[in-house]
Design a binder for this molecule. Structure first.
Ligand SMILES: NC(=O)c1ccc[n+]([C@@H]2O[C@H](COP(=O)([O-])OP(=O)(O)OC[C@H]3O[C@@H](n4cnc5c(N)ncnc54)[C@H](O)[C@@H]3O)[C@@H](O)[C@H]2O)c1
Length: 299
């Protein structure tokens, strides 16, 4: 099966990144969002990101050629001609189920529906589709244009050829498919990573260490390019909380029980870079404005 036309639903952080990497890999892309402001923001962020790649001579075509492959739409009906649709809307089972149901009614019966969910069961989402065997988890990591790993997650009904076409598609994007053979809560990489993130939050909550020291420590000791809290702000505190809640609710494993501090931060609307305030505080250009500890001490 040759894929040509990709439809991405949800033009937030992840949807914009997914649309960008598909267009760079020469797929035609339709990016869909209910909110026209999100579509404008996505277009600007894709253009800026491509500009940075062009500046480093990392693109084989002009930015304008790549940008011209992406269409921006508010109606899901435009996905009718897509060979693959990837949903990247809010991490909410009802919203995602509604999108998958609608998508499976408009796209061709041979087309694949991918979901970029962080922690909702692929099998549960696939149950909303007319052809659950064509539904699969395609879990990109943030920032999508930079990070090469993509989990390809098999739901209970996902057919082998759906897995094969999807892993080939991910490879065609210049990324490395990480095959996850069972639809377990949190899949593979978050199952490994989240417990250490939550432990870091607990250490800060208990006053054992500051946010800056944790971040410096993991960068200098473990060679991570970003600190746990820096990355947490990029991912979104709400995204992390939702992922942990989803894994905890299914497994009851206390390793994934979110600390009160994380819940409080999300309640306060401190969601990270996207709200200008999270573990760190940010200027409009994304630079930090105050030390991390003063951002959390206001609680
Ligand atoms: N942020 C991350 O680091 C990250 C990493 C991996 C996976 N994910 C997953 O990717 C998904 C998207 O996350 P995000 O951070 O990009 O979210 P986001 O909040 O940045 O964007 C979500 C977008 O979905 C749109 N939307 C909501 N309902 C819609 C509908 N019915 N039709 C069309 N558009 C709709 C919203 O307008 C918004 O633009 C989530 O499932 C999340 O768990 C996020």
């Amino acid at each position: 099966m040759i894929l040509k036309q990709i439809c991405v639903v949800g033009a937030g952080t992840m949807g914009a990144g997914i649309a960008q990497v598909c267009a760079v890999a020469r797929y035609r892309v339709t990016l869909v969002d209910l909110d026209p402001k999100q579509l404008d923001r996505a277009k600007e962020s894709i253009n800026n990101s491509l500009g940075r790649f062009a500046h480093k001579n990392k693109l084989s075509e002009p930015v304008s050629t790549i940008m011209a492959r992406i269409e921006y739409c508010q109606e899901l009906a435009v996905c009718g001609n897509a060979d693959m649709a990837i949903e990247a809307v809010y991490e909410d089972i009802e919203v995602k189920t509604g999108i998958i149901q609608e998508l499976s009614q408009v796209i061709d019966s041979s087309a694949i529906i991918g979901t970029n969910t962080s922690a909702i069961s692929i099998t549960a989402l696939a149950a909303a589709a007319i052809k659950p065997e064509r539904v699969i988890g395609i879990h990109f990591f943030n920032p999508v244009p930079m990070l090469k790993a993509v989990e390809v997650v098999r739901g209970m009904e996902t057919r082998d050829d759906t897995m094969d076409v999807t892993t080939q598609f991910i490879t065609s994007l210049g990324k490395r498919p990480i095959v996850v053979n069972h639809d377990i809560p949190g899949f593979l990489l978050n199952r490994i990573n989240l417990p250490s993130n939550l432990e870091a939050i607990r250490m800060v909550e208990q006053g054992v260490a500051t946010i800056e020291d944790v971040d410096q420590g993991v960068k200098l000791a473990f060679g991570r390019p970003m600190g746990i809290f820096e990355l947490g702000d990029l991912v979104g505190l709400d995204v992390t909380l939702n992922a942990c809640d989803a894994i905890y609710n299914e497994t009851k494993d206390p390793k994934y029980l979110p600390p009160v501090l994380l819940r409080r931060m999300v309640k306060a609307g401190r969601l990270g870079k996207k709200t200008g305030n999270g573990w760190y505080a940010y200027n409009a250009d994304g630079s930090k404005v105050v030390p991390a500890s003063s951002a959390t001490k206001k609680d």
